[in-house]
Ligand binder design. Structure first.
Ligand SMILES: Cc1ncc(C[n+]2csc(CCOP(=O)(O)OP(=O)(O)O)c2C)c(N)n1
Ligand code: SF4
Length: 297
């Protein structure tokens, strides 16, 4: 069901004065998580910027219960907490919240295991496209051409298609979201919380520090990713794929903004050549063709 501003609670579940950088997309995502699900959330967080946001504030930055866990155990811990809550008959939404490194690389085996068992949790991958907390190292979700401290001349490999990999686990719910579209993200969180079994939400999270843009532009960069077609918002309920309203106009290639508009705001793409841009444009077209086919278009 669509969410409107009036549906949102006023109470802040992510406290001000926490350790996030200015313009932090993870802080935005956590704020929207609280707005969507309220105090029913139990958060399981491996190492990463979010664990620092939480841990550096005396008493913690979130007012919901939070477990800080090793990377390789996040979804297993979340599954255990969820099972315990069910046995106790207590209402809770257990959320494993990992970065792209924690989700797609270091924690992937446990993620895949929980998906295959259909454990009753939501996994959110907050994707800032590098290992930010340890100094901007590449991950398998860093896009082609992007500078990181381990890809000085721009990454030579394409971004892993993680939402599609999770879709192929045949779990009840898979969705992509963006910090630039909070109402879409909140609606997806509420839908995920209403479904029993494993749910995966991939949240695009532009990071001013690692992507080298002005902290006032986080939302602008997030929106440009969608408007250029570089980030496609969709959801899949029991395998049925639907393109989400903010992305629908861009199924038509002629409506997409040129990807240069997205790239030029970000210092991490400063070494891109014209040939690199063509490779990225092809990746956008390929991703759209795949999603449109899955959506039966
Ligand atoms: C098993 C293990 N390997 C490496 C580390 C060091 N480490 C801490 S945070 C981090 C990067 C996390 O990156 P990501 O999951 O993308 O989250 P972000 O910091 O970008 O939010 C790494 C490699 C660790 N804590 N444990
Ligand atoms: S490095 Fe990026 S994701 Fe990490 S706290 Fe700073 S702005 Fe947030």
């Amino acid at each position: 069901m669509p969410v409107t501003l009036r549906d949102l609670p006023k109470e802040k579940l992510l406290l001000p004065g926490n350790a996030s950088c200015p313009g932090c997309p993870e802080a935005l995502g956590l704020k929207y998580l609280g707005m969507a699900l309220g105090k029913k959330v139990i958060l399981v967080v491996p190492a990463g910027c979010t664990s620092i946001i939480q841990g550096l504030m005396p008493g913690g930055a979130f007012i919901y219960p939070t477990l800080n866990v090793p990377f390789a155990s996040s979804d297993a811990v979340a599954a255990g907490v969820s099972a315990a809550k069910e046995i106790l008959g207590e209402d809770a939404v257990v959320v494993a919240w990992g970065g792209d490194g924690g989700t797609a690389d270091i924690g992937f085996a446990t993620l895949s295991g929980a998906a295959e068992r259909n454990d009753n949790i939501i996994h959110i991958c907050v994707d800032n496209e590098a290992y930010m907390n340890t100094g901007i190292q590449r991950s398998s979700l860093t896009p082609y051409g992007a500078w990181t401290t381990t890809t000085w001349r721009g990454k030579r490999e394409n971004k892993k298609e993680l939402p599609l990999i999770m879709l192929m686990h045949k779990v009840p719910y898979v969705a992509t979201a963006s910090v630039g579209y909070p109402l879409d993200f909140i609606a997806k969180l509420r839908k995920a919380a209403s479904i029993k079994g494993f749910k995966f939400i991939h949240l695009h999270a532009p990071c001013p520090v690692g992507w080298r843009f002005d902290p006032s532009k986080t939302v602008e960069v997030a929106k440009l990713a969608v408007e250029t077609g570089m980030w496609i918002l969709f959801e899949a309920e029991n395998g049925k794929v639907t393109i989400s309203p903010p992305s629908r106009p861009y199924a038509d290639k002629s409506k997409r903004k040129p990807i240069e508009e997205y790239i030029k705001l970000q210092g991490r793409f400063r070494t891109l050549t014209k040939d690199d841009i063509k490779i990225l444009e092809k990746a956008v077209d390929d991703a759209w063709n795949t999603i449109l086919k899955l959506a039966g278009k």
